[in-house]
Design a protein around this ligand. Structure first.
Ligand code: R5P
Length: 293
């Protein structure tokens, strides 16, 4: 699909321009006004093309979801017939089962909510742990899940030749395998147990780590505790260095300083979430998927 326009919220102007440029189309912005009571008023370009790409990443998810759920039907009312949502970071994908009776499976409900509003969705490294594809939770909507792991792997391989790529948990096997195989680097995963938002324990794989340069790779760093625990264990096992590469760098609160305090050297992320650690751009990856849609 070649859209008539890439439409984005004002705080994602940089990614919108990169994506539009890669597609050879124009970009435009959705203006926002915040009322004193916290409600949002949106302002879209009044004449929208029939084929529209709407870019919206869902870091800081709740506020952005509400705005997105206003913007999507508004875009249809203003002329968009086919809407492709490009959502570099798709939030709520980790709540994928009821861990206690009565707990909402947010992954399913948020995905279905979006599926009802768009014709397609393109995202990067969504947390698909207990399901194989987005189609399982997005009825009637074509979902495309891309991965930034090869881009991050290429970056890590250039910075740390011969590194061991280590996933902090078993779900990360898909990312370290994709990156390791593409770069000819060794890879492995740890085992993780989570006891609370900031309480995780990580057990290392049965591998000699003494003197190794290790790059920890994961889909998302939120509080950073997973990576802190993994880095601490890796260094205690005698690794020469430990760096971090994640697709989605949320790095909530003190996450980055805690990683540094744990002995992590470099912290790299993709620009799927705008952050100071972003070193690889996913704009080209997204543009390719839009074209192929
Ligand atoms: C979950 O399994 C994800 O892949 C990440 O490992 C996790 O969400 C990271 O969260 P945090 O940084 O809060 O430990």
């Amino acid at each position: 699909m070649i859209p008539g326009l890439v439409l984005a919220f004002d705080d994602e102007r940089t990614m919108a321009q990169s994506l539009a440029q890669a597609l050879g189309v124009a970009s435009a912005q959705i203006g926002r006004h915040r009322f004193p009571d916290g409600e949002s008023k949106l302002h879209l370009p009044p004449d929208l093309p029939a084929r529209l790409v709407l870019l919206r990443g869902l870091h800081q998810p709740n506020e952005k979801l509400v705005e997105l759920l206003i913007a999507l039907p508004a875009a249809r009312a203003l002329g968009a017939r086919q809407i492709l949502l490009v959502c570099p970071y798709l939030a709520y994908m980790r709540q994928d089962m009821a861990f206690t009776p009565g707990e909402a499976v947010s992954q399913r409900h948020i995905a279905a909510l979006l599926a009802g509003q768009v014709d397609g969705l393109i995202t990067i490294d969504p947390h698909l742990h207990r399901i194989q594809s987005l189609d399982e939770v997005m009825p009637g909507c074509r979902g495309v899940a891309l991965t930034a792991a090869p881009l991050l792997g290429a970056w890590a391989a250039a910075q740390v030749p011969g590194a061991l790529l280590l996933g902090p948990d078993e779900e990360a096997l898909q990312w370290v395998a994709a990156a390791g195989q593409a770069q000819g680097l060794a890879y492995a995963v740890c085992r993780k147990q989570r006891f609370g938002d900031r309480d995780v324990r990580v057990a290392l794989p049965d591998l000699p780590l003494a003197g190794r340069a290790v790059v920890l790779m994961d889909d998302v760093a939120s509080t950073g505790r997973t990576l802190v625990e993994a880095a601490t264990a890796v260094l205690a096992a005698g690794a020469a260095s430990v760096d971090v590469a994640v697709t989605h760098g949320l790095f909530i609160g003190e996450a980055l300083s805690q990683l540094r305090a744990a002995g992590v050297g470099q912290v790299w992320s993709s620009d799927a979430v705008p952050h100071a650690t972003a070193v690889v751009s996913v704009a080209g990856l997204l543009a390719g998927a839009v074209r192929a849609f």
